[in-house]
Design a protein around this ligand. Sequence first.
Ligand code: SF4
Length: 347
Amino acid sequence: MNLGRLNNILEQYPPYRSRQAYSVVFDNLFSSWEEATNLPKAFRAILARECPLQIDAEMHESGNGKTVKAVIQLDDGVAIETVLMRHQDGRNTVCVSSQAGCSLACDFCLTGARGFMRDLTAGEIVGQVLLFARRLKTEGERVKNVVFMGMGEPFLNYEAVMKAIRLMNNRDGLKIGARRISISTVGIIEGIRKLSREPLQLNLSISLHAPDDRLRSRLMPVNRQYPIEKILDAVAEYIRLTRRRVMIEYLLLRDLNDSPAAAERLAVLLRRSLGWLFFVNLIYYNPTGKYLPSPPERIREFQRILESRGISVTRRYRFGREIKAACGQLAGSSRIRGSLNITTTQE
Ligand code: SF4
């Protein structure tokens, strides 16, 4: 959906037409202006020509129906992937991409290996949520949560991401509560600082994945520019300003960052830097050929050590492995070129 073009058209009409058109997109969740029979035929024809509502996507559904991966083809032929996760308690979470590709080259991530194509526009980000909102509407359900944990680094496309979030949250938009929207970052400090001054009460997650700079720089080259201590200083300031609890994401890689000693170092580091307003989300690694996942007993021990230090720990539920919709599994899985990599969300 080209939001800029839609707004340009609507500027030429009285405000009530804008409200009607936005309602068609975000309340009725129509896939075509033709369905909006409350609008004059000539107006519908202009909108259909200049700003079609159709979203071209190839869908892949897991056998248990809990995960749906969509490969969306954008106007310029670039394809992005987005994932719907249906939780047992009825929550529906959409994991969105903020960029086509990624420039940060994290060593465990297939998206990083494929390089950067371009930033997504706000309309292309919102379109990912709209696609699943339309699908869920047919079942009498709606999107409850949105997580920016797909392809790309949201804070390297800050303005478009925030514009998309405002539209998701806005009462003229998708009406998704700010507290149900999460941004995950590798620790782009400027983005953390900007977010701490935003009026919306969004959730922040930090992809840490290592207890020290040496290991983190090996896994995530961006750590050379944004080392752990500087990131955690920015997060501490974010917590002080917002009083919001931050999620620290930690991907467990066998014999690399999953030892009891690593858990001890992580616990000390986080408690010293962040105090109490955070929790750790342990992520199971979906093998992509480079590393091995930690065995379950190692994960349990890692969790036990963190909890023994008074740290709250959650474990990320695994969605969509068989349709390659889980963390690190999506690249190259689609017939559409430019296939992307999406991570799953926490429970
Ligand atoms: S993990 Fe995220 S930031 Fe790192 S390369 Fe993959 S998409 Fe980019």
